[in-house]
Design a protein around this ligand. Structure first.
Ligand code: OVP
Length: 417
């Protein structure tokens, strides 16, 4: 891995030399942000991306990479130039058939996007969150009591996964059986945004049973008469969207609503276990639960990357990018850009985190963020109230995914307060 200078494409050798020698030299990097070695320690490569230029060419994938906060933020807030309708993974929907029918929110642009977004925004609104809060808080308290009996457990399987699994599918109104498909399905979805590597190939090769089960669960008759799923179908009953559109929006909930919160909560637990000062602050003031979660999202950026596709020639900083180019946004790098964040590599729950791009920004900014925050807040508050200390008692095991950053296992021991 290293900084090399190379042109984007298509220039004669003389032009390359000139271009490399000029003010408009296009920096290039031979990093692979979808490799196991990158996942194990992404920070040196992210620094290279940020420091090589406002945009840097990745010859391995023929895409542009952007890691500085300012430019990631600009791209996220310019959907006209950086579109989502050609896919937000490496695959360009204008050139390749998507592996599944596109999402009506994630993989569309305004105005189509806005109609679908309005339905999800209503289903995941503050009023709905208020109606879920009591049951979520009781579930969190029950789980923490059970873990206090165990003392030693896996903070990923037994907590970061167990809690969302205990509240989210019920909130959607799903049947009890078959829920073991949900995390494997999400894993396929998030691997599929990456390149055609082993992770993506294997995930898609094994996806059929998960895809079939999820599609079936999206149907109105397989969802409880009350719940987030029913609320989406009510928009079809009212004629606001079609029935197939309602099913695809339920699919968005099932795709994006579980593994993200699992990794967000997992990030918070991993941070609180590694930064005892933060844990003490949270214990002294459980009202910091929301802040502790938000800072964990900035610090770990569970959703690491998304692509956009340029709709015109555009300049990012001093780098010109052609039309129809894939641009890879490093949300994790932007969330640790020292130009934007003081001591970016420190987990500090008293920091002002507003403006972080862990939930994105602009028209596509996470529509489920209130649900994610609700889950995390009630869980971290319950932990803060009942637990004195969390210690890591074994090797954390990293999960490898083309988009999601998180752990597969985190052996911990807790002591009661
Ligand atoms: C993180 C996201 C991720 C995966 C799928 C979808 C959305 C969807 O809309 O299907 S946002």
């Amino acid at each position: 891995m290293g900084v090399v200078s190379a042109p984007a494409d298509g220039f004669a050798l003389a032009d390359r030399v000139c271009s490399a020698a000029s003010r408009n030299a296009q920096p290039a990097l031979d990093i692979d942000p979808f490799s196991i070695e990158y996942f194990e320690d992404p920070y040196p490569a992210q620094e290279l991306v940020r420091e090589s230029g406002s945009a840097v060419w990745l010859p391995r994938y023929s895409v542009w990479a952007v890691g500085r906060y300012e430019h990631v933020h600009t791209i996220l807030n310019d959907w006209q130039t950086f579109c989502s309708s050609r896919g937000v993974g490496l695959s360009d929907f204008a050139q390749e058939k998507p592996w599944r029918p596109p999402s009506l929110v994630l993989e569309t642009d305004p105005p189509e996007h806005d109609r679908a977004r309005a339905v999800l925004a209503r289903v995941l609104s503050p009023v709905v969150m208020k109606s879920l809060r009591t049951q979520f808080a009781s579930a969190a308290e029950r789980l923490v009591e059970r873990l206090l009996d165990l003392r030693g457990f896996d903070a990923i399987a037994d907590l970061a996964q167990a809690f969302p699994l205990s509240v989210f599918p019920d909130a959607v109104g799903m049947r009890a059986d078959g829920r073991e498909h949900l995390l494997p399905y999400a894993s396929v979805v998030f691997n599929a945004f990456g390149p055609d590597n082993e992770l993506r190939r294997q995930a898609i090769a094994r996806s059929a049973p998960h895809v079939a089960w999820v599609a079936e669960q999206c149907r109105k008759e397989n969802l409880a008469p009350v719940g987030l799923g029913a609320q989406i179908h009510a928009a079809a009953d009212a004629g606001e969207i079609s029935r197939p559109e309602a099913e695809t929006l339920v699919r968005s909930l099932l795709s994006a609503g579980l593994d993200t919160t699992v990794n967000g909560i997992g990030a918070a637990l991993y941070c609180l276990a590694r930064f005892p000062r933060a844990w003490e602050l949270l214990r002294a003031n459980p009202m910091l639960a929301r802040a502790a979660f938000e800072e964990a999202i900035r610090f770990e950026s569970p959703v690491q990357t998304f692509f956009r596709t340029t709709t015109r020639v555009v300049t990012i900083g001093d780098i010109e990018i052609g039309e129809g180019q894939k641009v890879l946004m490093f949300l994790g790098a932007a969330n640790r850009d020292p130009r934007r964040w003081p001591n970016p590599h420190v987990y500090d729950i008293t920091r002002v985190t507003s403006g972080h791009v862990g939930f994105g920004s602009g028209v596509h900014m996470c529509v489920g963020q209130l649900l994610a925050r609700l889950e995390a807040e009630v869980l971290l508050a319950a932990l803060a109230q009942r637990i004195k200390s969390i210690s890591i008692i074994g090797m954390p095991k990293r999960a490898f995914n083309n988009t999601l950053r998180g752990l597969d296992a985190l052996p911990v021991m807790i002591d009661p307060a």
